[in-house]
Structure formats: structure tokens, C-alpha cells
Design a protein around this ligand. Structure first.
Ligand code: ZN
Length: 151
């Protein structure tokens, strides 16, 4: 069955089945070397988290220097409010670009870190981020990712 025949079958069956592939069979299409139509793939939650992490992590490190001491090597993506809170995990203004040294230091010195954050973004924004982090509105990761990806 060639590409022309496949299209013909799809056309004939349009509306008859929820998926035309049910009638003609995906495996049959593969055998004759035609590609099944590409469907919008719904990503799993785990896949979305990975994709968002890759996307935003890259953006944050691309700031190019440590927010604490200006170093330009071993840059890492650090979170103002912990990344355990998915509501703020991918917000760029909840992110700091830090060198490995200061990222490690601040992870182990939360009081100094909080002080640094307040100097950097102000107490009001810091409190807003915490509020947002603990709000329980449902989050649609798929739409969130699609939106970010295209910006
Ligand atoms: Zn640094």
C-alpha cells in the first residue's frame, strides 16, 4: 500500500472511526514504509519536569556570572524558594545564577542566604515568592511548558 492508497483509505474512513488507524492498522503502515501521522504527544509529568528543568536551567546559567561574586565558571541554577515547590520552580525571578562555591555555601547557610536574597530582590518580592510557592492552585505543566518553549 503506497502513500496514495493510504490517504485514500484515510479519506474514505474519515469520521467513521475514532482513529482511521483502527481500520487499516499501524503495523501495516510500518511494513510498507509509510509514516503514521504525527500526533501531538502528551508528555508525562516526569518528562515535563525534565524538559522545564533543562529549559530554565540553561536560561539561568546563560546570565553568565555568579550573582554573589561575579565568577563566570561553574555556574549553576539556584533557587530562592526551594525547587521542591513546583509553583515557583521554573520562575526566572525565583532563580539565581550562582557559582558552584556559593551555591554550596548558601545551601548550607540558609540565614545568610535569606539575607542575600532580601538584598537582591527585596523583602516584598521574597514574601510574594513564598506565598506563591505555598498556594495550591492546580498547575498545568503541559501548557506552561508549551508557553515557555516558544518564548
Ligand atoms: Zn560565585
Amino acid at each position: 500500500m503506497g502513500i496514495y492508497d493510504r490517504n485514500k483509505v484515510l479519506k474514505q474512513n474519515r469520521g467513521k472511526y475514532s482513529s482511521p488507524y483502527k481500520e487499516i492498522g499501524l503495523s501495516a503502515l510500518r511494513v510498507v514504509g509509510t509514516k503514521p501521522l504525527k500526533k501531538d504527544k502528551k508528555l508525562s509529568r516526569k518528562q515535563l519536569i525534565k524538559k522545564l528543568d533543562d529549559l530554565i536551567g540553561k536560561k539561568v546559567r546563560a546570565r553568565g556570572q555568579c550573582a554573589r561574586d561575579g565568577k563566570i565558571t561553574n555556574l549553576q541554577w539556584a533557587h530562592i524558594v526551594s525547587r521542591s515547590y513546583h509553583k515557583v520552580r521554573w520562575l526566572e525571578d525565583n532563580a539565581l545564577c550562582l557559582c558552584r562555591g556559593y551555591h554550596f555555601y548558601f545551601t548550607n547557610h540558609p540565614v545568610e542566604f535569606a539575607r542575600f536574597v532580601v538584598e537582591k530582590i527585596g523583602l516584598i518580592r521574597y514574601e510574594e515568592l513564598k506565598e506563591l510557592a505555598t498556594s495550591y492552585e492546580k498547575q498545568d505543566l503541559q501548557s506552561f511548558y508549551e508557553e515557555l518553549k516558544n518564548n
